[in-house]
Design a protein around this ligand. Structure first.
Ligand code: SF4
Length: 370
C-alpha cells in the first residue's frame, strides 16, 4: 500500500475483522497504550466491530492526560511571572490546574504563547534576550528528541534565558506498572508505534517474557490497529507471549540512533508521577547534570509545589483501564470538553474526550443493569 487512506480501506478492514473472528475462541482484554490509537479505535468504531469476546482497554498513553496536576500548577506559577514568556503546544493551554489554566493566565496578562516546535521558543529567547523563555516539555519518547535537541542548541549557542519545564514519561515502565497492579485485567498490549520509531523494539521482549504478555507494536490507522489486534489474539489463543512488530513500515528494531544519542546526552532517567496513577519508578526523564542549568523547576524554584487531584474525577481509573469513561458519574454532565474536570477530557487524545466526541454516552450494559 502506498497512500495513507488505503490503511482505512473498508473491504480490507472487513477481511481483517473476519480473520480476527475466526481466530477468537475466548474472552480477551487488550490494552492499546497510546491515546492516538484510542482516538482511532473510538472514531472508527473498531471496538464495536470486534467480536464480543475482545475488550479494548484504553491505556495511559495520552501525554497531556498523564501530566500530573502538580506539573500543571508549576507551569501556571512560572507563566504568571512578569518577566516570563511561557511557550507550549496548544493542547496544554486548556488543561485545568488546581484553580485555573494557562488560558486564564494569558487572559490575566501573562505572556503565554502557543508554538509549533520547541525551537520556536528558543528563537523567541534569542530575539528577546530580556525575557525568560520557558518551554513546557511534556510527552513520551516521541516528543522528547525535539526537546532534547532544543536544550542542546541552547547550550551550544550560549542562550541562557531559555529553560525547559520537563515532564517526560516512558512507556515500558508504565507497561510494567500496569502488569504489577493487583487489579490488572490486561492480557495483551498494542505498543505505540511512534514511540518505537524513536526507541526501537528492544525494550519489549523482556517485558513480554517477564509478564507473559504479548506486546505487538502497532500503528494508528484502522488497518494497522486491526492487524495489531489480530496478531495479539493469535498469540493469546496459542499461549504465546512475544514482542511482535506489526508496524515495520515505520519501526526499525534499533529505532532512531541519532535521536537516542541526543536523548542519552541531554536526559537521564528519573522517577515520575503519572496523573491518576502515581509515581512509577524510573518512568521518566529529567535533564542530565550537563544541562541542569536549563531546568525551569530549578531556575524558578517551584520544585516544592504540591497539589492534590479532584475528588470527583476518576481519570486515574480510566487511565488504568479499570472503568470506561462513561462509567464516571460526571461524564457528559459536570465534565465535558468545554468544562473538563480532568485531563482525559481535555486532550483530543484523552479517552473521555474521545467517548464524548464520538457520542459513546451510554453506559456499558453490564454497568447499566448492575
Ligand atoms: S469524565 Fe471527566 S471527571 Fe470523569 S474521569 Fe473523565 S475527565 Fe474525569
Amino acid at each position: 500500500m502506498k497512500y495513507l487512506d488505503e490503511f482505512s480501506n473498508p473491504e480490507l478492514a472487513a477481511g481483517l475483522l473476519d480473520r480476527i473472528r475466526k481466530v477468537t475462541t475466548k474472552r480477551w482484554s487488550i490494552m492499546e497504550v497510546c491515546g492516538g490509537q484510542t482516538h482511532s479505535i473510538i472514531r472508527h468504531g473498531i471496538d464495536q466491530l470486534l467480536p464480543d469476546q475482545i475488550e479494548m482497554i484504553h491505556g495511559p498513553g495520552c501525554p497531556v492526560c498523564v501530566t500530573p496536576l502538580e506539573m500543571i500548577d508549576k507551569a501556571l506559577e512560572i507563566a504568571a511571572r512578569p518577566n516570563v514568556t511561557f511557550c507550549s503546544f496548544g493542547d496544554m493551554l486548556r488543561v485545568p490546574g488546581s484553580s485555573k489554566d494557562l488560558f486564564r493566565i494569558k487572559s490575566e496578562g501573562g505572556d503565554v504563547r502557543v508554538v509549533y516546535s520547541p525551537l520556536d521558543a528558543l528563537e523567541i529567547a534569542r530575539t528577546e534576550p530580556d525575557r525568560e523563555v520557558v518551554f513546557f516539555g511534556i510527552g513520551f519518547e516521541t516528543t522528547a528528541p525535539a526537546n532534547a535537541m532544543t536544550v542542546y542548541q541552547a547550550k551550544r549557542l550560549g542562550i541562557r534565558n531559555f529553560s525547559l519545564l520537563v515532564s517526560h514519561v516512558l512507556v515500558p515502565p508504565a507497561i510494567a506498572a500496569i502488569m504489577e497492579s493487583p487489579t490488572c485485567r490486561v492480557q495483551g498490549f498494542l505498543a505505540a508505534g511512534h514511540v518505537c520509531t524513536v526507541m526501537g523494539t528492544q525494550e519489549y521482549p523482556p517485558l513480554a517474557e517477564k509478564y507473559r504478555v504479548p506486546v505487538v507494536v502497532t500503528g494508528f490507522e484502522p488497518l494497522d490497529i486491526l492487524e495489531g489486534i489480530r496478531r495479539t489474539v493469535i498469540q493469546l489463543e496459542s499461549g504465546k507471549h512475544e514482542m511482535d512488530n506489526a508496524y515495520p513500515r515505520v519501526v526499525a528494531p534499533e529505532g532512531n540512533p541519532a535521536a537516542k544519542a541526543m536523548l542519552a546526552d541531554v536526559f537521564e532517567v528519573t522517577d515520575r508521577a503519572w496523573r491518576g496513577i502515581g509515581v512509577i519508578p524510573a518512568s521518566g526523564w529529567k535533564l542530565s547534570p550537563r544541562y541542569r542549568e536549563y531546568d525551569a523547576e530549578d531556575r524558578f524554584a517551584v520544585e516544592d509545589l504540591h497539589t492534590s487531584e479532584s475528588a470527583i474525577c476518576r481519570s486515574g481509573e480510566v487511565l488504568q483501564g479499570l472503568i470506561k469513561p462513561n462509567e464516571c458519574a460526571a461524564f457528559g454532565k459536570q465534565c465535558t470538553p468545554r468544562n473538563p474536570l480532568g485531563a482525559t477530557m481535555v486532550s483530543s487524545e484523552g479517552a473521555c474526550a474521545a467517548y464524548y466526541l464520538y457520542r459513546r454516552l451510554d453506559l456499558p450494559a453490564e454497568v447499566a443493569h448492575a
